[in-house]
Design a protein around this ligand. Structure first.
Ligand code: OGA
Ligand code: MN
Length: 207
């Protein structure tokens, strides 16, 4: 890949996202990033996949217990690769656009690739707890070039109490989901095929 189109989120997309976050608190967008950027991210993920490590839960935990909670292998994104740099620029424009509209005070963004092997899942969890500083806005971008809708692997978002299912989202290529980290317990269902994504979090400063 030699060059990538310099296509950042438009003002109207930022308006749409801000309205959704102020309203229901989540939004699913079909193809907000340029296709060439998605393809660059998939290439970058595949090039590094052999080095991915089993994801941890909590601070330190024992591996076996963690596998019962989440089975993905992850790799944190670092700038350097062209597609990664462009993706981080896109997310930074989103961060500034959301801050301008909603005054959330998002100050940085952390994200990792995640690969769920067939059968792997992530049990129902929250990305942040109310009142604790840290993760404020969760993002997931799906990087599955071919996704069979009968393969499973949906992201399920629940209401705040964790009881009612609000959405079930198949991890189709290029889809981006954003939700307020404190407000939506969610889980990843097992799939019959390998499932790739970038999970990320905009954070607020500790008090
Ligand atoms: C996570 C997560 C959802 C997904 O990594 O915390 O909830 O759809 N991921 O991959
Ligand atoms: Mn999560």
């Amino acid at each position: 890949m030699t060059a990538l189109p310099n296509q950042l989120p438009s003002e109207s997309l930022l308006d749409q996202i801000a309205d959704a976050l102020a309203g229901p608190g989540f939004i699913i967008i079909d193809q907000p990033l340029p296709v060439s950027l998605i393809n660059g991210l998939i290439d970058n993920l595949l090039a590094q996949q052999a080095e991915f490590k089993p994801a941890g839960v909590g601070r330190q935990g024992d591996y076996q217990r963690n596998q019962d909670i989440r089975g993905d292998a992850i790799q944190w994104l670092e700038p350097g690769d062209l597609a990664v740099t462009e993706f981080l620029r896109w997310m930074d424009k989103l961060r500034l656009g959301i801050n301008q509209r909603l005054f959330l005070g998002l100050f940085d963004y952390e994200c990792h690739y995640a690969v769920y092997a067939p059968g792997a899942f992530y049990q129902k969890h929250r990305d942040a707890f109310r009142g604790s500083p840290g993760r404020k806005l969760s993002t997931v971008l799906y990087l599955n070039p071919e996704w069979d809708l009968v393969a499973g692997g949906e992201l399920v978002l629940y209401d705040e109490a964790g009881e009612e299912q609000l959405v079930r989202l198949a991890p189709e290529c290029g889809k981006l989901v954003l939700f307020l980290s404190e407000d939506f317990p969610h889980e990843v269902l097992p799939a019959t095929q390998s499932r790739q994504s970038i999970a990320g979090w905009f954070r607020i400063k500790p008090a």
